[in-house]
Design a protein around this ligand. Sequence first.
Ligand SMILES: Nc1nc2c(ncn2[C@@H]2O[C@H](COP(=O)(O)OP(=O)(O)O)[C@@H](O)[C@H]2O)c(=O)[nH]1
Ligand SMILES: Nc1ccn([C@@H]2O[C@H](COP(=O)(O)OP(=O)(O)O)[C@@H](O)[C@H]2O)c(=O)n1
Length: 251
Amino acid sequence: MCPGGAGGARPGRLTRVPPRSAPVPVPAMASKLLRAVVLGPPGSGKGTVCERIARRFGLQHLSSGQFLRESLGGGGEAGALAQQYLERGLLVPDHVITRLMMAELEKRREQHWLLDGFPRTLGQAKALDGICQLDLVISLNIPFETLKDRLSARWVHPASGRVYNMDFNPPHTQGVDDLTGEPLVQREDDRPEAVAARLRKYKDAAKPVMELYKSRGILHSFSGTETNKIWPYVYTLLSSRIPPVLPEEEH
Ligand SMILES: Nc1nc2c(ncn2[C@@H]2O[C@H](COP(=O)(O)OP(=O)(O)O)[C@@H](O)[C@H]2O)c(=O)[nH]1
Ligand SMILES: Nc1ccn([C@@H]2O[C@H](COP(=O)(O)OP(=O)(O)O)[C@@H](O)[C@H]2O)c(=O)n1
């Protein structure tokens, strides 16, 4: 079973509204906790959609890529090894990311959560199965050309993981994070030469993961070129599983 998760009724009401700067997870109020995953290639909008879901529904948004990037700063051997994979746009070995994610999930046994970027391989999906029964898998299906354009225009605030795009959601002041005023950077792995490798690898690894979740009847796929058009459908799906804490329109 999922850490803290079991069958039974969902919480009847969720009252805490997380502040924009730091979404606060809604604590467990009943036995059943939502366990959801968002799948999609790099640039498909997983982080953007997860951030919206987290705010509207009070879920913890757990980004495996962000945990990985944070783990690089430690100066240890594992961090240095992981950095080589990230820079080349490759997946880090299953046992590395799985150990990292299991430790993070263990800390959140009593919270609703939403995984962004994990599992990415069948091995990772099986490891997740070992501790958890997923309720919902959202797959974002975005055309290749759109992904390339988005990644070349992506800017991030490394400390928080906040993501901007010069066309879609530009910062208030160019090059600067809205909340902290700290500089934004472009990720090394968003360089065009790394992007092509990432997209190829994603496809190969993700196919069996999608098939697994499809066979279980928990896969929900959304196709399109604009997150704002996909979002209402995602919101409706989530609303059928867990009560929102904020209305859909409030971005
Ligand atoms: N132009 C455009 N950019 C978007 C849209 N949705 C997300 N983005 C941007 O595309 C980039 C990739 O999105 P992100 O959520 O980081 O994708 P992830 O790699 O799947 O987590 C970011 O710079 C987003 O701000 C959209 O509908 N249109
Ligand atoms: N399960 C995972 C998740 C991320 N990663 C690594 O972390 C990088 C960034 O992942 P991410 O989820 O933040 O970003 P996107 O690749 O979705 O844009 C990936 O390109 C991989 O190098 C991984 O190896 N295994």
